[in-house]
Every structure is written in C-alpha cells, then in structure tokens.
Design a protein around this ligand. Sequence first.
Ligand code: GLC
Length: 439
Amino acid sequence: MTEITNRKKWFSESRYGLFIHFGLYSVAARHEWVQTLEEISVDEYKKYFDHFNPDLLDPNEWAKKAKEAGFKYVIITAKHHDGFCLWDTKETDYQICNTNYRKDLLNELIEAFRNVGMKIGLYYSLLDWHHHGFEVDGYHPMRNKHEYIERHPGDMHTYRKFMSNQVKELLSNYGKIDYIWFDFSYKSRDWGTSLGKGAEDWGSKVLETQILQLQPDILINDRLGLGRGVQTPEQFSRNKGLEDENALWETVQTLNNSWGYDRDNLQFKSSELVLKQLIDTVSKGGNFTMNIGPNARGLWDDRSASILSEVGQWLVRNGESIYGSTSCSYRPPIDCRYTQKGDKLYLHIFSWPYRTILLPDLGGKVSFARLLHDGSEIRFSDTKNLGGEREATTDLYKEITEVHIKEALDPTMLMLNVPIIKPNEFVSVIELTLKEALE
Ligand code: GLC
C-alpha cells in the first residue's frame, strides 16, 4: 500500500472531525472576523491580546470531550486571519507566549489530542491582518485607512518568507502532523482599489513542496489555490458525492454560523440537525467536520457542548454506520439515507414511517436485519418468504402484509416491518446484512 493510500485511509475512515477556532477573537466574542467586520485597527485590537488569558483551559479536558463526542481528528487554528499565533513562533511577537497565558498552547493541545488517539490537523490562515508584509486588500480591517496603507504598502515577498518559516516551525517542532489546512484563496475578488490573492501571492507551489518534504504523509486541503487537495465545501451540503470516488472531501460546518465564540448568537442547530448533516455527508462519501469556538476563559460553552455530546451518544450506539462507511449505489427510500461497509448496508430513517418500509432493489439480497441502537431484529419479507406462513403470525401482521403484497411481490423489493413506536433515537438505523458484500 502506498503512502497516499494510507493517508487517504485514515481520513475517510474517520468521517467525523472537530474544528477548533480559538484566538484573540474569542475575547471579543462576536465572530472571528470581528476585526475586519468592525474595521478595528491593529492598535485597537491589541486590547484582546492584552486581555487574553484562558485560565480555565484544560487541554486534556478538551481532548477527553472531543473523544467522548466521537470525533476522530481535530483541526486547530494555529493562526487565524488576525495573525495571532497559538504557538511559540520565532517569527513574530504576536503569539501566545507573550500573552498572560505564557505557554505554547498549540503544543499542549497537540499532545492532549494525540494522547486520546485523535489525528492532528493544523489550520493556518493565509490572510494575515497583523503582518506588515501582507498587502492591504478588500478583506483587510485597514482597507479604508489611507494613511495606514501609505505607510504600509506591504511586501508579499517578505510575507511569503514569513509563512514559509512558520509552516516549517509547525511541521518540524510538533511531531507528526496528519493534516494541514490553509485558509483561503480569493483570486477572483476585485475591489477596484485592490485585488484578491491566490496561489502566486502565497507561493503555494513552493509551500506545498516544502510541506511534503517535511511531512511526506500529510494531507493538504484545497485552499492554497492550486486546484488540488482535500476539498472543503463550507457551510453547505453537497447534492451528491464526487464523480471521482477516490477524491477526499469534508464539509466544514458551524453550530451557530460563527466559527469563533459568538456569545449573543443563539442560532444553534439542533443535535438532530447536526446528526442528519453528518449522516447525509457520509451517505455521499464525504467527511463531516463540526466546529466549536471555546470561550475566552477556555471553556466549551454549555449549548455547544451539549449538542456535541448528544451527537456523541448517538454515535456510541450507531457509530458503526458512520466510521469506515461510505456511499453506496442502492437508491434509498424517501427520507432515508444509506451508508455501507463490506456486507452491511445501513438504512438511516430520517422520518419514521408507519409499520413498513419498502426497499427497492434489495429483494432476495438481505440475510438479516436489525435496529442498530439496540440490536433487535427487524423482520422483513421479500418474494422468497412472502405468502408463506413463517412470518404471518398474527392477523394484524397478515393484514399489513397483504396491503403491501402487491408492491412487495415485485421481486426487486424488500419489505421491512418496523415497530409502530419510533425508537428513542434522533435517527434510527437499520443494519441490513447482505448475502454478498458490496465492492
Ligand atoms: C472561512 C473563514 C473563517 C473560517 C473558515 C473555516 O473561510 O474565513 O473564518 O475559519 O472559513 O472553514
């Protein structure tokens, strides 16, 4: 097996990743873009640096929570657009060891997450609103401050060198890094007075070569502007999987539309919705990466923590249908999603039906069916056993069978007989054991 296949393997088997957005914007607590949304100058923004001290942060507690919530990998914002660095970088003073926290938080987090067996991803912002080499553009907080722009014309050459040195630090000093996540390229933007930036501005090709020399097994996302890497559709669900089944993708999502801690934003997704998004993504062959924005003291807020924990509890009982599973070519019934793994087909029921579910194309192909969360048998009929006495044990049951007999007699169909009462699960999963494993 080649290295490439290996790294693809851990990624697609994981299926569920955790994004962590944590930095100076956690103190402002109103979106990680606050600096530019409110056009806060670098000098004014310094108050967040001065007051940054996540004194209640326990890296092992974060890792424990993440593990319990069912995440298999983590992506940590080493540097976000505001330019603040969570590690002890030699390249700038604008970093964690110079705040009241005084320790290399990135190092602590990497160790803690590694200790619970999770793979490590690092997010690195290509935008940098603090570094003077970074040319002011339409996203920059100082875009309307002409004096500032005159005094800081930018020097992308210096900035590229800075990025390359920082990436070298990240990939040399923290052991094996499984995934590096750049954010983002916006070459097509044109603000009239400034243009967007892309691969050439970042020196993406050179960066990519450097990265692969330092960590040959690493995965790189697709935002360097090179048209390759792990695809990262943000905040939307794909209609269908990719043509190239070997291409890797993950949809990255927030709980409340903000990546950084956003105190007054209460538009949280329900646990059920998050779970349905996760299932839907895996049914299309992708990964689902959910975000948390811890607060300024370093705690996970209660609302976020409880959603993630509810999804995690569902995964304890039903995770078989997610981890290591992928899309399949069978057409699911309405309001259902399939995932598959070897000889198992997992039917996820988004809307609980009355007594029966007809499964197209599965007639004669299933040897056993059970509800995944409690392992209880689900009886089924297809042309092989319909009409026989075997399952028609009560009049009621016989009646139901007869109602469906016409459709069920279609030899391609299989009919599941489900309980009237919906199990107490956000989404119930029926595991179908196939007589022959799928590819
Ligand atoms: C974006 C945003 C950002 C966030 C990221 C996560 O492109 O700029 O704030 O970190 O997406 O995907």
